[in-house]
Design a protein around this ligand. Sequence first.
Ligand code: GDP
Ligand code: MN
Length: 381
Amino acid sequence: MDLFEYQGKQYFARYDIPVSRGGPADTVEEAIKEANQAGYPVVVKAQVQVGGRGKAGGIKLADNEAEVREHAGNILGMDIKGHVVKRLWIEQASDIDEEYYASFTLDRAAKKHLLMLSAEGGVEIEAVAESNPDAIVKLHIDPVDGLDEATARQACVDAKLPERALDGAADILVKLYRCFTEGDCDLAEINPLILKPTGEVHALDAKVTLDENAEFRHPEWDAFRGLTEMDDREKMAAEKGLQYIGLDGTVGIIANGAGLAMSTLDVVNQVGGSAANFLDIGGGANADVMAGALEVINFDDNVQSILINIFGGITRGEEVAKGIVEAMGRVDLRAPIVIRLDGTNAEEGRQILLDAGIPADKLRSEPTMLDAARAAVAIAK
Ligand code: GDP
Ligand code: MN
């Protein structure tokens, strides 16, 4: 789960990482209220999950109420690389002496955590990696050992941070590492990490990705949910507990298991079609889950045909079939279904579909994944 900047900063604050005082705003009036509370000058910041907001005009300094009104009005509704700005974050502006970069990620190949640190922050780290790779210090951290203050400080020295930034930066690195590990992040990035004229070091931006596998031990993540950048289809699927990702094509796809769902996408592409979504109903899915999945697919205007690809292991064919029949009774499906049903109790499942007397132009069965994909793509054309 990717967090917005302001959520990332709220998460940082839980781990004592210094961030600027501020508040979220969805309207110009709210922005003014937050600005008055934070104290001028303030920064008006677009909350979209894409980098380079500054360059795109989504981040503006404001010295007074009139300027907040102007900038908030301009930035709300702005399109930044395909992301429409619906929310702002208003924070007290900081004076900046220098901008650095710091992040923690998991290096899967090395089976270690990876700190990346650079004195060249504020710009995209990919650009630094390209033009001046030596300016990025990379330090692998054994998760068993963790990161202590002395090691963090040495990394700051290696990255050529100035003497007066060392203590503050090392302190933040240790806290950011705690946030990354105890906070179960896949990514915790600060760009820029700033040095103020006063000598304080401070997080001016936040990019946090949470590892959803750890959700069960983080009740505090509930507050982030629902506010993340999901389209309506994805929200509906999330409410039903489905693994769903919206795509741009016309063939709605339901499969059991992520691997099978991906193969199905590939086969649809291979026969000249395009998928409207990725949807894994998981192992052991029952009739209710199948009905929910069809409802989500049906919600998508672009869907011209629905391809259901089930290879039953724990998932049982008769449950899948019951779900389809139930969903067809419950909702008026906009597109016909092509199903490939194989594996556990497939025969019983097919019989249930036959007995339901669904006309062939609404539902047909194909013996293989390839045949089913061809039929679904032909309908979608
Ligand atoms: P990004 O462009 O999406 O990465 O957004 P950032 O939050 O990183 O802001 C981009 C740039 O705007 C920073 O690198 C700063 O140079 C500038 N900026 C952001 N906040 C402040 C602030 O409080 N004071 C000043 N002077 N500049 C800021
Ligand atoms: Mn940034």
